[in-house]
Design a protein around this ligand. Structure first.
Ligand code: ATP
Ligand code: MG
Ligand code: MG
Length: 351
């Protein structure tokens, strides 16, 4: 069989590698030293820095196809893999790694992000807060996740008092949303696109807490419109694999939040709740296999993240036979860290 390389070492790659193994592929990971939960389910793992050219060349030579599970893989690392081997095209990383580039790209395709301005100084921030009002959120342009690198600003006075970080940022007007949802799609090398059902995503302290299907009417009537944008994004990037766009559902239609050029936490429910999971279809797409059916097979699904020490005793939840537990096997359960998730499936259609 052939070999799939995965850049990264986290839980997304772990679940991807499990799907790859099911399909008969060998899997090799690549990531710098760190808390790695992927190597346990891979056939091999290269531990090296992102800019280690010799290690990267050796890794690429062992792989027939390479993909990533981590959205902050340096673009130069992805481009060091021969272009005919890496999917999606690294242009997707380049676009999504910088919130400013990403928002401009989305606007170019007719999408609507929250009102925003680029911020490189306290003065810029005060101007932006004047222009777009408060509350709003200051975000670093790069490297943020789980709400890290974000500061909520309630007034111009707060903006004046804030020590703006020494890295490029954007200020976003606060979106008064009814709900949050994501659009997750998979696209093949031939340009075929399939969507999973959208879930309602519930965040607590900037971290995804839960995803629920059905998403509810205030989301459902925005999904077609949001999918249109997601399709344009995927086509424009000649995207191959699973792509995610996060949206706010508002009275004025779907407002784009951000995109992730990868499988997504809000798609974990597809492992048990859809005919084919996001992980399996990502592997199928990058490997050039036909896509599996993305339809939802349950009447209702709820995925809940398990954060920090909540992982202790999580197995007790299995006393409810509708519950599926995924423990990522992380060594350190620091506060707010994603340690696992549970998916509760209801097949009762109450027909
Ligand atoms: P992720 O882990 O999804 O990559 P992130 O750190 O990139 O998260 P965002 O998606 O930008 O963060 O924001 C996290 C959450 O904060 C959003 O899902 C939403 O609940 C809230 N949020 C972010 N930006 C805004 C906004 N402009 N208006 C209202 N709420 C917002
Ligand atoms: Mg993000
Ligand atoms: Mg987000």
């Amino acid at each position: 069989g052939s070999t799939i390389g995965i850049l990264g070492g986290g839980q997304l790659g772990r679940m991807m590698a499990m799907s790859a193994a099911q399909l008969g592929y060998r899997c090799i990971g690549y990531a710098p030293e760190g808390d790695n939960v992927m190597s346990a389910v891979c056939d091999g793992f290269v531990t090296a820095e992102w800019d280690d050219e010799a290690a990267l060349a050796g890794f690429a030579a062992q792989c027939d196809v390479v993909t990533w599970e981590f959205e902050n893989v340096p673009v130069t690392t992805a481009r060091a893999i021969p272009a005919e081997k890496i999917f999606p095209d690294p242009i997707a990383l380049e676009t999504a790694q910088d919130r400013l580039t990403e928002k401009r790209f989305i606007e170019g395709l007719g999408g609507k992000p929250a009102a925003y301005d680029k911020v490189d100084s306290t003065n810029d921030l005060i101007t932006a807060v004047d222009r777009y009002g408060a509350p709003g959120i200051l975000k670093t342009r790069r490297d943020g996740y789980d709400g890290k690198g974000q500061w909520r600003i309630m007034s111009v006075r707060e903006a004046q008092a804030l020590r703006v970080p020494d890295v490029p940022c954007v200020y976003e007007g606060f979106v008064e949303f009814d709900a949050e949802f994501s659009v997750i799609l998979v696209r093949t090398q031939d340009g075929e696109i399939r969507f999973w059902d959208s879930t309602r995503n519930i965040h607590e302290s900037g971290i995804l807490a839960a995803s629920r299907y059905p998403a509810g009417a205030e989301i459902e009537h925005h999904v077609a419109h949001a999918r249109e944008l997601a399709r344009k994004v995927a086509d424009a990037l000649k995207y191959v694999g699973v792509l995610t766009l996060e949206f706010f559902a508002t009275h004025e239609g779907p407002v784009f939040n951000e995109m992730a050029p990868r499988v997504h936490n809000s798609g974990h429910w597809t492992i048990e709740g859809a005919a084919t999971s996001q992980f399996e279809n990502h592997i199928r797409a990058v490997a050039g296999l036909p896509l599996g059916d993305t339809r939802t097979t349950a009447a209702a699904v709820e995925m809940r993240n398990i954060l920090g020490s909540e992982i202790d005793g999580a197995a007790a939840k299995l006393s409810d036979s509708r519950v599926h537990l995924h423990d990522y096997g992380k060594a350190e359960a620091s506060e707010g860290r994603k340690m696992g998730h549970i998916t509760q499936i209801s097949r009762d259609t109450r027909a």
